[in-house]
Ligand binder design. Structure first.
Ligand code: ADP
Length: 756
């Protein structure tokens, strides 16, 4: 069976056409249409007391009567390989003997194999139908695939009473693994978990397992019996692919003998028309099984194959559901977190379970978070560089990184399997899962003392240990492959994650809209309220003034004083309402945007300022060049007017100055190239850090009403509102006691953008 130095398959036609059979039966091949015996095994004397030479070239009628011949002729109409059984009673030197004649056709002949009926074995067998029924029920009851295999091994051993029954599973490359074992307690070595390379079972043998449903070798040590053929035809011409008695390849004998077996029964397991695995049964001594018992095993094999497909499907479905449940639980956890990026950079351990990985890296534009067993950050960065150089497909996966990336050798123990998912094509946001080399995770404890041995001809001596070591060799740098269900789960998770981001963006847009609407409503409410308040207020003011003018003589001093306070309060209230009105109007009125040369505008503002503050000695510096901006000139005039007035008011220096100019957007982290940053700096009293935000609130003053020329605390609120209506932003920097700078951004006029 195993053959590390086996030549290529096509050089071994003898596997199918060995020209010999096992000695526990006899074989003859007859040609149509005259049913002449073309080939016959040399052991007819042992069974029938007739020399093979005497039967060769004879008609089959020499052995079979008319009714038996008619039965045999039915085989002629069957497809190649399909067999039928004829119970035969033949005269032998020891009297009449009962035989099972199993006949099948090949492309060139009808092959008939005769086996003596072992009546003593048959008699000891229990009621087949009840037996099979119980076995099938047990098999169906098993809930997991592993349990199913264990029941298979146990039940098959119960039927055939072999020392050891193993279930082999093949992987995609054809390498095998013992996934279940039932054995006689006296056998010390267990083969459970043993892996062996694909080469252990040659392709031709696999093909024959596909075609035949059972392979039985009752005695591996029994010498084979040669065939003879008429006209000196080469006996290797006869195709014995479907023969039950076909002799055994010497490698197969050697392999099984090294495993301590003398008798062998192999039941192929099929899934979707392909060889999925084998049930391999070993017995330490020769073991004969009746034909009917073998038919039961054959049927059982077919049932197990059918049930196997169901169980695998069920197991796959269960696994898929399990993955799916990790996926939804994880997503639920992430969805509750405020910041997705933080959630990803502090990954939940369930990320590993999404694809059943042992390690993971979450990479978000240079930032990286690691989970489980992973290579070092540096190694991962280099790997990501390489992955990026391979293209930017959203998915990359391999079960052997080294195949394409030689430096992967150094990280094979953690990352032989790599699965990359790109979350975003624009940003470098990646999920990267790892799996270790398979051989890191598989150990087989069997027969550890016996290592590979070499015989005198320098051939490797075949043994499970050497197979295991060879298998390990073929699996170097290879991880367990990523299953379609795992890949699918990860993709769905990625999509859900993107969905979550989009949902958040939608939610944000909705909130913004809502906010904008309520802002608008509030502004129009403030506008209407302040407008409507003005009229009764004016009434109160006017009536108080009339009272003062017309009834001063009837009022005492306190009365007059109180009326005077009332008049002052109404005046103050009116100016507050005016400001409120002005402020709310700002949010309502359309902007009259124009291209404005800031230098000209500022010269006018300064001119007006000088005219209304004739005693001010403050030095006003304009730092050129100043750009053209796109703005509503009346409103921007108000902005500069307010800021210059503040610079003048809040200044206690003997040589007060104010400087107006243009700042570098980069220095202030302003990314938008269409914006310009303007500043107004003064050497005044400065603003403490804790007030630098609050000064922009309506009616917020830092000083007593009468200090620094008084103020109502609305100027900066209005300035901010105007700047924001222009799509800009405003902020303040200051060194308390020394200077203050107000910065704000405005949209450049197009031509001035291109000029610069
Ligand atoms: P006000 O009408 O009181 O000047 P503002 O809204 O213009 O109201 O300013 C709010 C507060 O910010 C002022 O009361 C003042 O304390 C402070 N402030 C404004 N500009 C300056 C400045 N250039 N230097 C120092 N403090 C200032």
């Amino acid at each position: 069976m195993i053959q590390p130095d086996r030549p290529p398959e096509n050089e071994y036609p003898h596997l199918r056409r060995p020209g010999s059979i096992q000695p526990h039966g006899l074989l003859l091949a007859i040609a149509e249409p005259n049913y002449i015996i073309q080939y016959i095994s040399k052991n007819t004397q042992d069974f029938l007391g007739i020399d093979s030479d005497d039967l060769l070239g004879q008609s089959i009628s020499a052995l079979l009567d008319n009714s038996q011949q008619t039965l045999l002729q039915q085989t002629a109409n069957k497809p190649t390989g399909a067999s039928m059984v004829l119970p035969l009673s033949l005269q032998t030197p020891s009297g009449k003997q009962e035989f099972d004649a199993i006949a099948h056709r090949t492309s060139e002949a009808i092959v008939v194999e005769l086996e003596l009926k072992k009546t003593e074995i048959e008699e000891n067998l229990p009621d087949f139908s009840a037996w099979v029924r119980d076995i099938l029920a047990n098999l169906q009851l098993s809930s997991t695939l592993r349990e199913f295999f264990e029941v298979v091994a146990k039940e098959v051993r119960n039927i055939i009473q072999f020392d050891r029954v193993m279930v082999y599973q093949f992987d995609r490359q054809g390498a095998g693994e013992v996934v279940a074992e039932a054995k006689n307690k006296t056998l010390s070595t267990s083969y459970l978990g043993l892996h062996y390379p694909a080469t252990d079972i040659p392709v031709a043998s696999r093909e024959m397992y596909l075609q035949s449903r059972l392979r039985w070798i009752p005695d591996l040590t029994a010498p084979s019996v040669e065939l003879i053929a008429i006209d000196n035809t080469n006996t290797h011409a006869l195709d014995l692919s479907f023969s039950l008695l076909r002799s055994v390849d010497s490698c197969c004998i050697e392999y099984h003998q090294n495993m301590g077996a003398k008798a062998l029964l192999v039941i192929p397991l099929m899934k979707e028309g392909k060889l999925w695995g084998l049930i391999s049964c070993h017995h330490q001594t020769a073991k004969y099984l009746s034909y009917s018992l073998r038919v039961v095993c054959e049927l059982l094999g077919q049932f197990i194959s059918l049930e196997l497909a169901n169980k695998i499907k069920q197991e796959e479905l269960d696994y898929k559901l399990k993955l799916r449940s990790h996926h939804s639980q994880l997503l639920k956890t992430i969805a509750t977190q405020k910041n997705l990026k933080t959630a990803l950079l502090h990954p939940d351990p369930r990320f590993l379970k999404l694809v059943n990985a042992t390690g993971m890296a979450i990479y978000l534009n240079e930032e990286i978070a690691l989970l489980g067993n992973t290579p070092s950050r540096e190694k991962i960065y280099t790997l990501i560089e390489w992955l990026d150089s391979q293209g930017n497909e959203s998915l990359f996966q391999t079960d052997s990184l080294v195949r394409d990336y030689p430096s992967g050798e150094a990280i094979a123990d953690m990352a032989s399997g790599v699965f990359l998912l790109r979350i975003s094509q624009i940003r470098r946001y990646y999920l990267l899962w790892f799996r270790p080399e398979v051989i890191q995770t598989v150990t087989w404890a069997g027969n550890p003392q016996a290592s590979i041995q070499i015989d005198e001809d320098d051939r490797m001596i075949l043994s499970p240990r050497s197979s295991f070591e060879q298998w390990q060799e073929t699996m170097r740098f290879t991880a367990k492959p990523w299953l379609p269900s795992e890949i699918e789960n990860a993709i769905e998770f990625r999509n859900a994650l993107i969905g979550l981001v989009l949902d958040r963006a939608d939610e944000l847009a909705r909130l913004n809209q809502e906010l904008e609407r309520s802002n608008r409503e509030l502004a129009s409410f403030a506008f209407a309220a302040s407008h409507d308040l003005k009229e009764p207020l004016r009434g109160i003011h006017n009536y108080s003034t009339f009272l003062l003018e017309d009834y001063a003589d009837v009022l005492d001093e306190t009365g007059i004083e109180r009326l005077e306070v009332l008049v002052r309060l109404t005046q103050r209230m009116e100016s507050l309402i005016d400001i409120l009105l002005n402020y709310s109007r700002l949010g309502q009125t359309e902007l009259n945007l124009e291209a404005i040369d800031l230098k000209t505008l500022l010269e006018q503002v300064i001119h007006v300022f000088r005219a209304s503050n004739p005693n001010s000695s403050i030095e006003i510096r304009l730092l050129e060049p100043l750009p053209s901006v796109c703005c509503d000139p009346v409103l921007i005039n108000e902005v500069f007017g307010n800021l210059i007035a503040n610079a003048f008011k809040y200044n206690d220096k003997p040589e007060a100055w104010v400087e107006i100019g243009c700042a570098s957007p980069d220095e202030h982290g302003i990314q938008a190239p269409a914006m310009t940053v303007l500043y107004i700096r003064d050497n005044g009293i400065g603003i403490r850090e804790r007030h630098r935000e609050t000064i922009f609130r309506l009616f917020k003053r830092l000083h007593a009403k009468n200090k620094y020329g008084g103020g109502i605390g609305a100027g900066l609120a209005i300035v901010k509102k105007i700047v924001e209506r222009h799509g800009g932003q405003i902020w303040c920097e200051s060194t308390y006691g020394e200077e203050t700078t107000f910065y704000f951004t405005l949209m450049r006029h197009q031509s001035s953008i291109t000029e610069n």
